[in-house]
Design a binder for this molecule. Structure first.
Ligand code: ZN
Length: 445
């Protein structure tokens, strides 16, 4: 559903509303520069190109992009820490990396210009959401090696907003400071926004009358339309979904405009393609597949045809907001998150869409996949709302049957539904863990 826009702010209309043909020329010029640059400066890409029999001269049109080889996450891991840099470390001014607790992290480096570009793209991102210098931004994304906290910080500061560098955690204090500082904008993961709404309720703080929040920028994890609506209602604000990836830059790759009909990719800097994840072949416009991104302007660590493993579709239709940057739809999920259960593809987002239709449930759930007698078994654990939980076991049993039927229609497989008491599922201060796949450890026969 297309919503009416709440504002019409555009930070840089000359670039953001550039005619399509001019945009394509700019993309081609930047692609050509990029390919020549990495061929000379990056031993990794020079070797990679030679192995695939392609030279910078072969790139004669924008469509020739597809002649270049892909870059995958393993390339980043295998070239840890700095082998993928295209500049000497003396020219790098910032290093971020992934927060994984096992193995070597995925590193991303930035030159001074990269930091300037990132800051500008985050300033555009805030402006897309109608945020201005008048706002107070409560930034609950984690500060540190994770790009979320600092990325939002730089963009908000650039537009002159007041930033509260909060990070996640100490939930009561978050509510207190939002109230005392008069925060108008919240930036965090959607799952953490849920935690904050719950915390306010527990503290007896009426969000509508005591907090001034009007906008949220959500990122770092996908969420369904149903989840967005739920959070908007609980926190009394308008939510904007953003997309980012640490290895590509961080937040700021794409964001919804005020029409909330897909996210504009900032494609003067990030060139998107959609491919068939199995064959690697580019798919026609509008078809769903894996998102591949080429960083057109990054200096320290450019990535060519980087396979994001995110599943989405591009939308080439003009957007009524006037921006000409291509849009992509909500991410259907990450190829990593896609579970194959009994031979059927299942995304957590499909489960979420069904669960959030029901006021009997709280929007907290976890999917547990096990293997019993060599067969996959999916259990969906979801919390009951306080009110529903007090209505007794018979009601819950009846409702579980109904939900089981609905879920089967959505997923095409049968699952076990377990309704658990309110607040039984562990909360997250960052990205929520929605899937526990125990199949490797649990083939009980
Ligand atoms: Zn738009």
């Amino acid at each position: 559903m297309v919503k009416m826009p709440s504002h019409t702010l555009i930070r840089d209309p000359k670039v953001e509303c550039m005619p399509i043909e001019e945009r394509r020329q700019l993309q081609f010029k930047r692609l050509k520069d990029l390919v020549e640059r990495v061929y000379i400066q990056s031993p990794f890409y020079r070797k990679h190109f030679i192995e695939h029999g392609v030279r910078p001269d072969d790139i004669k049109t924008l469509e020739d992009l597809r002649r270049l080889p892909f870059t995958v996450k393993d390339d980043l891991r295998e070239n840890y820490p700095f082998e993928l840099f295209s500049v000497p470390v003396k020219d790098v001014v910032r290093i971020h990396c992934s927060s994984g607790t096992t193995g070597k992290p995925v590193v991303s480096g930035y030159t001074h210009n990269d930091m300037e570009t990132w800051t500008e793209l985050m300033a555009r991102t805030f402006t897309l959401a109608g945020v201005t210098y008048r706002d107070v931004v409560h930034n609950a994304f984690g500060y540190g090696l994770f790009t979320g906290g600092l990325g939002h910080d730089m963009g908000a500061r650039k537009i002159g907003a007041a930033v509260v560098p909060m990070s996640g955690g100490v939930n009561n204090r978050q509510i207190m400071l939002m109230e005392d500082f008069g925060a108008t904008v919240l930036t965090c993961t959607p799952s953490y926004a849920l935690v904050l709404a719950e915390t306010a309720a527990k503290m007896g703080v009426d969000i509508k009358s005591r907090l001034k929040l009007r906008v949220a920028l959500f990122g770092a994890e996908p969420s369904t339309e149903e989840m967005r609506e739920h959070i908007e209602e609980k926190l009394h604000l308008e939510a904007y979904e953003t997309f980012g990836m640490g290895e590509i830059m961080g937040p700021g790759i794409s964001v919804e405009c005020a029409y909330h009909n897909g996210m504009h990719m900032q494609d003067d800097h990030f060139l998107p393609e959609i491919i068939d994840p199995d064959t690697g072949e580019p798919l026609p416009p509008g078809e769903q597949g894996e998102l591949v991104i080429t960083t057109l302007t990054k200096e320290a660590m450019p990535l060519i045809r980087y396979r994001t493993r995110d599943i989405t579709r591009l939308n080439t239709e003009p957007c009524p907001c006037g921006r000409t940057a291509i849009r992509h739809f909500k991410l259907a999920g990450r190829t990593d998150d896609m579970m194959v259960i009994k031979g059927v593809n299942v995304f957590p987002s499909q489960v979420e869409a069904v669960l959030l239709r029901h006021s009997e449930l709280a929007p907290q759930y976890v999917l547990v996949v096990e293997r019993v007698n060599n067969l996959d078994r999916l259990e969906i654990q979801v919390e009951a709302s306080d009110e529903f939980y007090n209505q007794g076991r018979d009601n819950i049993e009846q409702f579980t049957k109904k939900l089981h039927h609905e879920m089967q229609q959505m997923l095409y497989i049968s699952s076990k539904i377990t309704i658990v008491p309110p607040r039984a599922i562990q909360r997250s201060e960052g990205k929520a863990k929605r899937v526990i796949d125990r199949r490797k450890e649990t083939n009980q026969i």
